[in-house]
Structures are given as C-alpha cells and as structure tokens.
Design a protein around this ligand. Structure first.
Ligand SMILES: Cc1cc2nc3c(=O)[nH]c(=O)nc-3n(C[C@H](O)[C@H](O)[C@H](O)COP(=O)(O)OP(=O)(O)OC[C@H]3O[C@@H](n4cnc5c(N)ncnc54)[C@H](O)[C@@H]3O)c2cc1C
Length: 424
C-alpha cells in the first residue's frame, strides 16, 4: 500500500491545470474578474509550447486584442518582437515588430501578468489525479517537487494541452489516427548575419533540398529557419516524429531522444558547409512539441463543414482565420497541408469549451471539442490564447453565480471577448 502523504492546499474559486498560453489566458481573466485562482504548471515556466517549446511565432494574432495584444505591446516596448517576413530591421538596426517573439521575455511577461492579477502560480506541479463524484470534480491531486497536494475548486479548467484533466475525469475524447507529427525546435547561433531565415513552404523545402544535396537529411524534409528578435538567434524546425500519442510515455520519450540526436547530428554536419562554420545549438526545447493532444467531446463539436462554410455562432468566442495545416502523417506522405479542406474565417463557439460528462470543468487550448481538420486550423497560438481567456472568464462567472458551465449563456462570454478588443 502506497502512502502518498497528501497535503491540503485549500480551496480556490478556479483551478487552472496547465500554464501554456491557454492556461495563462484562463488564469488572468478569471483573477481579473475577482476570482481566487490557482495555476498548476508541470514545468518551471509559463507559456508551454510558445515558450519552453521554442515556438514563438504567433499565428492568428492579428485580429486579436486581449492578452495577445498585451503580450505583443510588452515585447514591442522592449524591442523583442520581430516581423516574420520582409524587412526585419530598420535603418537604425531596431527590429521591425511582428509575430516572432522572444521566448525568455515571454516567460517573464506571463509570470508578470499572473502575479499582477493575483494568480497563485505553482511550478513543477504535475496534475496526477481527479476525485470525481456524479460528474463533478471534488478535488485534484498534484505531485510537486515539494510533495503531493490536493486542491479543491468550484470550477476546474483543463488547459494541459493533452486533455489530461478530462482523461482523469473519465471523459470521451478523440485524436488523429495517425496524429500530426511531433517535433522538437532548436535555437541556433552562428548563421551569417545577413541570413534572414525563410518562411514560405517553397523556401523551407529549398533549404531542406540544399541540405540533402550536401548529404544532410532532415526528417521533415524541410528546414524552417526563423530569425528571432535579439542579436543572432534563429529557430530551426527540422524534424518529425510520427505516431506520438499523449498516453504512451515510452514512445513519447523515444521521440525526444531521436529528435535531440537528429538536431545535434544535423548541426554538426551543417557547420561543415562553407559559410556556416560558426553554427551552434543554443538550446533545444525543454517542452516537446506534441502538435495534437486529446480533443475532448463537448456540447458542440466543430466540424469540417463549419470551417469550410465559415460558420458564425451567437456564442462565438474566437474568430479563426488560419487555414488547415496538416503535416506529413508518415515518412512517405506527400499530401499538401490543407488536404483539400479550405476554411473561411469561422467562430469557435463557447459550447466547444464545455465538456460532456463533467458539470464543473471548462476546456481551454488544444483540447477543446473539434474534429481533426478544424483542430489543424484553430490550434494556433493567437486562437488558443483567446480561447483561454474565454474559458477563464466563464469559469469565474460560474463560480460567482453558482451556475454550471453548461447553463451559462455563452453570449455573455462572447460579449466579454469583444470587450477585450478581439475581432469576432
Ligand atoms: C512543433 C510545433 C510547431 C508549432 N508551430 C506553430 C506556429 O508556428 N505558430 C502558431 O501560432 N502555433 C504553432 N503551433 C501550435 C501552438 O504552439 C500550440 O497549439 C499552442 O501553443 C497550444 O497552447 P496550449 O496552451 O493549449 O497548450 P501547451 O502549449 O501544450 O501548454 C500546456 C501546458 O500545460 C502543462 N501541462 C501539461 N500537462 C500537465 C499536467 N498534467 N499538470 C500540470 N501541467 C501540465 C504543460 O507543461 C504546458 O505548459 C505549433 C505547435 C507545435 C507542437
């Protein structure tokens, strides 16, 4: 018999599990609305894929206000945001602001807004259990570097990216079979100063081809190279690991081992090419890039038809403009990324955040309710941050007014999102 020695951390109005962009969005909007909030994060930093995953490239952020705008304004004021295409530095050498953001400054920004809002942030705290009675979460258990704790709350938000809270609560979910590949990003120094990176598929493919012609094969067959804000840092996306699922830690760990080995060997060979002698790895992502997690069944499920039609809903909480982006699903796959599914700008309705089978939980971020192709379009950082804000505000109202997320009128959440300056 194990003795887990569980300490009690008490009760909060809202407990947000997972501190990626969605979790931070949820935590601050609930706290700014007057709720007591705990944010439970398994790593030692906030931002998830967008920071620790070295993916500071905000897609679908242009039509957004709220936290996305606060984040970009903060970085611009510190010259830590950079255009992803075109002219990147002005005549005086200052970065031209855009969607590429500095990871370390972003980690600090997310901490700053949480602390200022009064959020109790818990780092190195892994959600490991949920005590559920009659479709209601009584408390969750977290395992931390400082022991095990239980936490109670009126409303829980699943922002784990993996849908872990929903899985622990026994909810129904889907995942792509096969899922989009997983990838590790690396940051590099030592590219020639006039090398600005690449952006289009053609440019990335041409770079991959150049490497191949020089005997360097990268598993994604493309090499995406983004010049980041700051002196001399480029992010390289180079690898795909297939069939990585959120419920198989052995395959997951092997994918990390393969990716870091591939990154090291690629750069060792690359630096032998003329002009690239100074190339070196600055860092590899400490949070592995799993594109897909569980997609939980909610009160509404976004379908292919919805995104093809560009459907708008009365309870819309996020306007998605990004197209479908499905990567190679196996090593021989050559299908183009939209797979014939052309989306028009569409809404994510509030009901996609309300899971079936649990009356005091909301979904935020990658795990919201949608089919494979809609997911491949809405998963971008701009949208996931906004969805988080909507979930946190809804959680706060549910706690204050003692209503279930299902009973809450989603139009109230839609109105809040508009009031935060988001285009809908
Ligand atoms: C390789 C890759 C490339 C991408 N490229 C782009 C791009 O160029 N532009 C773009 O806009 N989007 C891109 N995306 C998509 C986008 O980055 C993500 O979909 C988005 O950041 C997801 O945010 P999230 O908050 O939902 O989840 P995540 O970023 O996954 O955050 C989840 C958080 O929860 C924590 N967590 C997980 N489990 C637990 C647990 N049990 N207990 C406590 N904490 C837990 C994690 O540590 C993490 O901090 C990319 C994704 C990947 C993987």
């Amino acid at each position: 018999m194990y003795d887990f020695k569980i300490k009690n951390m008490g009760k909060f109005d809202v407990a947000v599990c997972g501190g990626g962009v969605a979790g931070v969005g949820a935590a601050i909007s609930a706290a700014r609305n007057g709720s007591s909030v705990v944010l439970i994060e398994s790593t030692g930093a906030l931002g998830g894929t967008a920071t620790s995953g070295l993916m500071g490239n905000i897609i679908d952020g242009v039509n957004k206000g709220g936290l996305i705008k606060e984040w970009q304004d903060f970085l611009v004021s510190h010259s830590l945001s950079l255009a992803h295409v075109g002219k990147r530095y002005d005549e005086s050498g200052q970065p031209v602001p855009g969607r590429l953001v500095d990871h370390e400054a972003s980690k600090y920004f997310f901490e700053k807004v949480c602390v200022e809002a009064g959020v109790r942030v818990l780092f190195n705290s892994m959600l490991v259990g949920a005590d559920v009675e009659n479709c209601h979460i009584q408390r969750v258990m977290i395992s931390t570097l400082c022991g095990n704790y239980e936490i109670s709350a009126d409303i829980f938000v699943d922002a784990t990216g993996y849908g872990t809270l929903s899985e622990l609560a026994g909810l129904k979910w889907d995942i792509g079979t096969p899922p989009n590949p997983a990838s590790m990003s690396i940051t590099l120094g030592g590219f020639p100063e006039d090398f600005n990176g690449n952006d289009t598929v053609e440019e990335k493919t041409a770079y991959g081809k150049m490497l191949k012609e020089n005997g360097i094969n990268v598993s994604s067959e493309q090499a995406s190279l983004k010049r980041m804000p700051g002196a001399s840092t480029w992010i390289m996306g180079y690898n795909f690991e297939y069939d990585v699922y959120p419920d198989n830690i052995v395959r997951f760990s092997d994918a990390i081992l393969n990716s870091r080995k591939e990154g090291f060997e690629t750069i060792q060979s690359h630096k032998k090419l003329k002009g690239y002698e100074k190339l070196h790895i600055q860092s590899t992502s400490s949070y592995f890039g799993l594109r897909e997690g569980r997609r939980i069944y909610g009160k509404y499920r976004l379908t292919d038809e919805d995104i093809i039609e560009g459907k708008r809903f009365e309870d819309g909480i996020c306007l998605v403009t990004a197209g479908v982006d499905v990567h190679k699903l196996n090593s021989t796959d050559t299908t183009e990324c939209s797979r014939g599914v052309k989306s028009k700008p569409y809404h994510i309705p509030y009901r996609c955040l309300v899971p079936e089978g649990c009356d005091n939980m909301l979904l935020a971020g990658r795990c919201i309710s949608g089919d494979f192709y809609p997911f491949a379009s809405y998963r971008m950082i701009g949208n996931m941050t906004t969805v988080g804000e909507a979930a946190g505000y809804a959680a706060s109202i549910c706690s204050k007014e003692n209503v279930t997320p299902e009973k809450l009128d989603g139009k109230i959440v839609s109105k809040y999102i508009r009031s935060r300056g988001h285009e809908l």
